[in-house]
Design a protein around this ligand. Sequence first.
Ligand SMILES: Nc1nc2c(ncn2[C@@H]2O[C@H](COP(=O)(O)OP(=O)(O)O)[C@@H](O)[C@H]2O)c(=O)[nH]1
Ligand SMILES: [Mg+2]
Length: 206
Amino acid sequence: MKALLAEHLTSGRTEKDWAKASLPEYAFIGRSNVGKSSLINMLCHINKLARVSNTPGRTRNVEHFKVEGTLTKNAPWMLADLPGYGFAKASKVERAAWEIMIRTYLKERETLQNVFLLIDSRLEPQQNDLDMVQWLGENGIPFCIVFTKTDKLKAPKVDSNVALFKRKLKETWDELPTMFITSSETSKGRDEVLGFIEKVNAQWKG
Ligand SMILES: Nc1nc2c(ncn2[C@@H]2O[C@H](COP(=O)(O)OP(=O)(O)O)[C@@H](O)[C@H]2O)c(=O)[nH]1
Ligand SMILES: [Mg+2]
C-alpha cells in the first residue's frame, strides 16, 4: 500500500495558532473515540501521524497536517483533526469552548473543502451525531459521512446500521450526503475516501 508523505504542522485553539490557510483542506470530526486519529493514520498509511488514544476526550486543539498527494496525484492538501464531541466527562465550560472553537473553524476557514463526519458503525443513530449533521446542513458546509470500525461487526449488521442512519436522515433531508464504509484495521474505504479528496483537489484554484 502506498504511504502518503505527511507532516504535522500545528496544534491550536484559535486561528492565530492554525497553519496558514493556503491549500484545499479537509476536516475530520466526530464523537470522541470514534476513530478520527486512526482514520487519518490509515488514509496516510503512517502509523503514528495522529495520536490514537484509549482515553477519550484528551485533545482540545485543532491539529493541522499537510499531506503530499493522494493515490494517483501529487497535489498537496491539508487535513484538520478536530477535537471530538460527546465526551461524557467534559464540563459545561469545556463544552461551550468546544462549540465556539468548532463553529468558528467550520464557518470561517476559507480553504475548507469538505468535512468528514465520522460515525461509529456499531451504534444506532446518536443524537449528537444527528445534531452535527443538522448543523452542517443548515450552515451549508459540505460534508460526507464516514462509518468507522466496520471490522468490529458482521457485514449485515453494518448494512442495517447504515440503513437505519439513512432512514433517520431522510426524515429531515431529501438528499443524502456521500457515505463511506471504513475500517482503520483493514484499510477498507481508503481508496474511496482518497479518491474523493483527489477529485475535490482537482477543482482547487488556489
Ligand atoms: N477495530 C478497530 N478499532 C478502531 C478503529 N478505529 C479506531 N479504533 C480504536 O478506537 C479507539 C479510539 O481511536 P482514535 O483514533 O484515538 O479515536 P479519536 O478519539 O476519534 O481520534 C482506539 O483504541 C483505536 O485503536 C477501527 O477501524 N477498527
Ligand atoms: Mg484523536
